[in-house]
Every structure is written in structure tokens, then in C-alpha cells.
Design a protein around this ligand. Structure first.
Ligand SMILES: C[S@@+](CC[C@H](N)C(=O)[O-])C[C@H]1O[C@@H](n2cnc3c(N)ncnc32)[C@H](O)[C@@H]1O
Length: 309
């Protein structure tokens, strides 16, 4: 079957915790797609492929802590910022291509810092409705998680939106998903996210192709090497049309702006919607997340020590 180009060696991802949940339970069948098990030297994972072979991806389901850790805690910092921005209501998080079992969103909903402060939606082509009993046993309030099994491009988020005041999402996570969608759809995906952000809302999107496994991808690389404010035109247009600021970055960039690269790096696209109530702040400004971020980092480091034993 497909893949040599797009499927990395699973060992590149550091730890089987990346994929374990996807191995256990296969997704419901989906017209036009086949799902196979892919074997690697240190484990196996399900892989979805369009029957015409044009598209495909691993059905990974990364935990929140792992995503956060590989973003050098930027995801958590963004969540903390949103919590402070909205002290009187739940922060609304969207996972765009968030995996079959919504593991990342479950992780946020039961995290001691975010429990009862966040409501989450996962839109995924292979998303599975969660079992309420299972969620409750896990410590997740079932009323806080919504899973939509469908194509993110066709999804009309307005109903979802009207349920929470029509303002949009405060945080959008797109981890290894926008770049898994074939070339021409990348900009529409970014535009869709830009439209769905609430004023002051932020997006964090990772594209591992910058890591050099399958060559560099222009949608991330060109903005990185542009002068500030001069993104490639599709991104510039989206920024203008939807009042968002886009800041290309790397996962490896630290809060104080240092880039600590050992070999390959992974590209990040950060986005923030203008908020008329508040002055424009770059999504890369994490000051509002301190000092809480320190506690949060310690928690995730402890998590990592446990899973990597
Ligand atoms: C590599 S996985 C990443 C999953 C998760 N974000 C993670 O980091 O483990 C890519 C995900 O994007 C989803 N996806 C791909 N195209 C999609 C689309 N058009 N609409 C919704 N989800 C999509 C896939 O079903 C898959 O779960």
C-alpha cells in the first residue's frame, strides 16, 4: 500500500504513546477510504488511505501532554492566556483533525488546570463518538466534549457557534492535520480556522514536513523566510480578510525566542484574531501566561517521566 513518502518511521516520534490509542480501536468504515495497519520497527499504527491513493495519513491520537511538550509548552501557554482572558466563562477549544479518540481534548478536559474551565470540540474525518460512561470514569465531564465525525471543510460550524454565543473558538489546535490534507486544500483549511476564531482567539498548527523528512513545504517555509509582514500572498490575503495576525515559528522556539535545534525542527503556524476590546498582541507573546506556565511545565515533565519509564 501507499506511503513511503508520507509515513515517517514511528521511532522519529520518540514514543509509542503517540499512537497507542489508535492501535486499540479501529474507526468506523468511511466511504472511499481504506484503513490498514502499518507496522514499524517499534510498534504499529492504523493508516487511512483514499482508495484512489491520492491522500493518506496515520491515525495518530497524541495526548495533550505530548503535544504540549513538543510545542515547548506553547499550547498550554495559549490555554492559560485564554483562561485569563475569559475568567467568567468556559474557554472554547477546537481540535481540527483531532484524531479518532479525541485523546488530546480528553487530556485538556481532565487536566487539573483546565478541568471545568474548558469546553472542547473535535472535528475529524474518523472521529468516534465518545462513550459517556467511559469519559466520566476517566474524569472527563461528557457534556464538555463534542466530537464531529466529518470533513472539516464541509463542516458548518455556525450551529456549534450559536450554541456558545456565536463568537467562535478561543483556541484552535491543528496538530499534524492541516498538512495532512492535500496541497490545494491547505489554504482553505487555514482560512476556515481564521474564520472560526473568536476575537482574541488563537490557533496553533504544526507541520512536521519542515523537519525535512519529505522535503520542505512552501506553505510553511516561504513565510518563514519572508520579511515581517510580507507573507506569501495566500496567507497575507487570509490575514487581511479575517483580521488575523499570522506568525510562523518552530516547535523548538523557547518562550524567550531562542531556537534550540538539534538536527531537524518542526514548523508551527501561530495565528491570533484581532480583538477590538484589547490591543493587538502577537500570539507569540506569552507574558500573560506566566507564572502559571511554570507549574504547568512541571506537571508535563512529570507526565513524561512516567510514560517514558
Ligand atoms: C496525523 S493525524 C493527527 C491527529 C492528531 N491531531 C494528532 O496529533 O495525533 C491527522 C488527522 O487529520 C484528520 N483529517 C485529515 N483530513 C481531514 C479532513 N478533511 N477533515 C477532518 N479531519 C481530517 C485525520 O482523520 C487524522 O485523524
Amino acid at each position: 500500500m501507499l506511503r513511503p513518502k508520507d509515513v515517517p518511521d514511528i521511532s522519529d516520534y520518540g514514543h509509542p504513546a503517540n499512537y497507542a490509542p489508535a492501535i486499540i480501536t479501529p474507526p468506523p468504515p468511511r466511504d472511499g477510504w481504506t484503513v490498514d495497519e502499518q507496522r514499524f520497527t517499534n510498534g504499529s499504527v492504523l493508516c487511512a488511505t483514499l482508495e484512489n491513493g491520492a491522500e493518506g495519513f496515520l491515525l495518530s491520537d497524541r495526548p495533550f501532554e505530548l503535544i504540549d511538550r513538543s510545542s515547548r509548552y506553547k499550547l498550554m501557554a495559549m490555554l492559560i492566556k485564554q483562561l485569563k482572558q475569559h475568567p467568567d466563562r468556559n474557554v472554547r477549544v477546537l481540535d481540527f483533525g483531532g484524531g479518532m479518540n479525541s485523546i488530546a481534548m480528553r487530556g485538556i478536559l481532565k487536566h487539573p488546570m483546565f478541568k471545568n474551565r474548558v469546553s472542547a470540540t473535535n472535528i475529524d474525518l474518523f472521529g468516534k463518538s465518545p462513550d459517556s460512561q467511559e469519559l466520566a470514569t476517566e474524569g472527563v465531564d461528557p457534556s464538555k466534549l463534542r466530537v464531529i465525525c466529518g470533513d472539516a471543510f464541509e463542516w458548518d460550524s455556525t450551529q456549534e457557534d450559536s450554541e456558545h454565543g456565536g463568537e467562535g473558538f478561543d483556541l484552535i489546535l491543528a496538530w499534524e492535520s492541516i498538512n495532512k490534507i492535500s496541497g490545494p486544500k491547505v489554504y482553505p483549511a487555514i482560512e476556515k480556522c481564521a474564520k472560526m476564531l473568536a476575537p482574541g482567539g488563537e490557533m496553533i498548527a504544526r507541520d512536521d514536513r519542515l523537519a525535512g523528512r519529505s522535503g520542505m513545504d512552501p506553505w510553511m517555509v516561504l513565510p518563514l523566510f519572508s520579511f515581517p509582514g510580507m507573507y506569501v500572498s495566500p496567507l497575507q490575503r487570509i490575514a487581511n480578510d479575517h483580521d488575523v495576525m499570522m506568525v510562523p515559528s518552530f516547535c523548538e522556539e523557547t518562550f524567550d525566542g531562542r531556537l534550540v535545534l538539534f538536527g531537524a525542527g518542526a514548523g508551527l503556524l501561530l495565528m491570533r484574531k484581532t480583538d477590538p476590546e484589547h490591543p493587538v498582541v502577537s500570539p507569540k507573546d506569552y507574558n500573560a501566561a506566566f507564572p502559571e506556565i511554570q507549574t504547568a511545565v512541571e506537571q508535563h515533565e512529570r507526565w513524561w517521566e512516567n510514560v517514558s519509564k
